[in-house]
Design a protein around this ligand. Structure first.
Ligand code: AKG
Length: 294
């Protein structure tokens, strides 16, 4: 499978980026993907959209929200460890990491006004109910790869409350269908094709409706520790025809390295965990940062 990803040096998040991420709960990386890459990934997503429209896989409003991005669209596997942005993931989570949840989203212009729905949430599902600390722990981070022009508000922008990742509770309506004002401080993130947003799963965020003429296309990839279960499709991946074209790190990210034992996911075997080896070979393990201690 040919990919336009340009070989680039791996680099760790800088101290300034870490401070900004800690403060805001997100970082925008402009121009992370080249124009050729945007074309390549956009064509792949368009293909998935077309297939879904032929098989009845679209929502009534013509949108697509498809889980398991790479298993459903193998051309996207090179996004999982894309060198322009993967450093943010391992700098934060370390080497014992995999992709637990990913999705392809295509949102064409809405033909009519949608009934109100309170979309605001933190990622992580039941992690938000079952973990008792305040603030909750980070647990996972997400990359959003933007493939269409969302450079103005009103194009289905991701909306966030900067700095809200340390707040367990967002005041909202008694039920999601009841009209309610936007949270104080909410901003629509504006992005160009090829920009990537890196965010803390606890950042309160919501998709907004797209009434513009520009179809919104984006791929979200969520990463967590290997000791947390994967929500994406994992069965039989190694039997797929495209499997052999993946790198060992991509295979790790898709949940299939090791001997299948809990001990491997636990992180007891760095020597057979590809990301550990890649970071060690590049001198990027870091005694100052616990998930990266050699
Ligand atoms: O599609 C969007 O803008 C929102 C995505 C989202 O809510 C999520 O990734 O958890």
């Amino acid at each position: 499978m040919s990919t336009p990803v340009v070989n680039q040096a791996w680099k760790a998040m800088t101290r300034a980026e870490r401070e900004q991420f800690d403060e805001d709960g997100f970082l925008l990386i402009p121009g992370a993907l080249s124009a050729d890459e945007v074309d390549y990934y956009q064509a792949a997503v368009d293909g998935v959209y077309q297939k879904a429209s032929q098989s009845g896989g679209l929502a009534a409003d013509g949108s697509l929200h498809l889980l398991s991005a790479a298993p459903n669209c193998p051309e996207l596997a090179t996004l999982l460890d894309h060198p322009a942005v993967f450093g943010y993931v391992w700098s934060m989570l370390g080497w014992n990491t995999h992709v637990y949840h990913s999705h392809i989203d295509v949102h064409p212009k809405l033909a009519e006004r949608k009934p109100f729905w309170w979309q605001w949430h933190q990622d992580g599902g039941r992690q938000n109910r079952e973990i008792e600390t305040d603030p909750r722990p980070r647990m996972s981070v997400k990359l959003a790869f933007w493939l269409s022009d969302v450079s103005r508000p009103g194009r289905g922008n991701l909306t966030v409350v900067p700095g809200s990742h340390r707040t367990n509770w967002l005041v909202g309506p008694p039920s999601r269908g009841i009209e309610w004002p936007q949270p104080e401080g909410a901003v629509q993130i504006t992005v160009n094709p090829g920009d990537v947003l890196f965010f803390d799963r606890r950042l309160w965020h919501a998709r907004s409706d797209n009434y513009s003429d520009v179809t919104r296309k984006v791929v979200f990839v969520g990463y967590t520790y290997r000791w947390i279960a994967i929500r994406d499709e994992v069965a039989d991946l190694s039997e797929r025809p495209w499997w052999n074209s993946l790198t060992p790190v991509q295979r790790q990210l898709l949940g299939t390295v090791g001997d299948g034992t809990g001990d491997h996911f636990w992180g007891h075997f760095p020597d057979t965990t590809p990301l550990y080896g890649e970071l060690a070979a590049r001198g990027l393990l870091d005694p100052e940062h616990p998930p990266l201690i050699p």
